[in-house]
Design a protein around this ligand. Sequence first.
Ligand SMILES: Nc1ncnc2c1ncn2[C@@H]1O[C@H](COP(=O)(O)OP(=O)(O)OP(=O)(O)O)[C@@H](O)[C@H]1O
Ligand SMILES: [Mg+2]
Length: 237
Amino acid sequence: MSGKGIRIEGLRKRYGTGDTAVDALKEVNMVVAPGEVVGLIGPSGSGKSTLLKCLGAVIEPSAGKMILGDETIYDEQWKVKDIRALRRDKIGFVFQAPYLIPFLDVTDNVALPPMLAGVANKQARSSALALLEALDVQHRAKAMPSQLSGGEQQRVAIARGLVNRPPVILADEPTAPLDSERALAVIKILNDMAKKFETAIIVVTHDEKIIPTFKRIYHIRDGVTYEEKGEGRPFDA
Ligand SMILES: Nc1ncnc2c1ncn2[C@@H]1O[C@H](COP(=O)(O)OP(=O)(O)OP(=O)(O)O)[C@@H](O)[C@H]1O
Ligand SMILES: [Mg+2]
């Protein structure tokens, strides 16, 4: 399916039932082209994480449609047989708090996804090192996660999300702990990745430093999405 982007139509998600039910997503419509990085912005509780979890097949939506590439993954019900394989092979996650594996060094944390996908260890480690270099943490390649600063951990987690070159990347506040220069470097890497590998990328953020870099932004309020054209300043060709 590589390089066909993301399409979401009329997506809904209700948590729970009866009196305590919460309609976290009421009407979500989004299109992300291959090679595109879009921003997703909304207040706390508006449904951003819920949307990323549905799209990442971590939780099941209640209604609507999700298409990744030319594959409909959800249409009122799951349409894929192997949801774990979908998550592993098609979707790169970059989460808010970097969940690194404490007993693996930095290189092996990043090399793990390709190793799990069957790539030879040596090759997986060399892909890992290339990304660590791109994210300017190669000097910490042999360190353990507990020895890293918050910003370094975040960059390692980003490297891990990108290493398998998934066609879809979902990032939840990827630049929150980073200074301006590093935050923009991360966004540049995401844009370069998107262009080079036709990746479709959604970045959830509140980060004022990176918002001007998006050419298109979706706003979400009370579980409903609205599209806005962004400025796309720093990375316009
Ligand atoms: N597992 C759950 N069970 C019930 N309600 C939930 C669950 N997860 C989230 N919600 C509710 O769904 C709504 C959307 O939550 P979500 O976490 O998607 O918001 P968010 O936009 O990511 O917020 P934040 O910016 O604070 O991370 C909120 O009202 C939240 O309380
Ligand atoms: Mg959230």
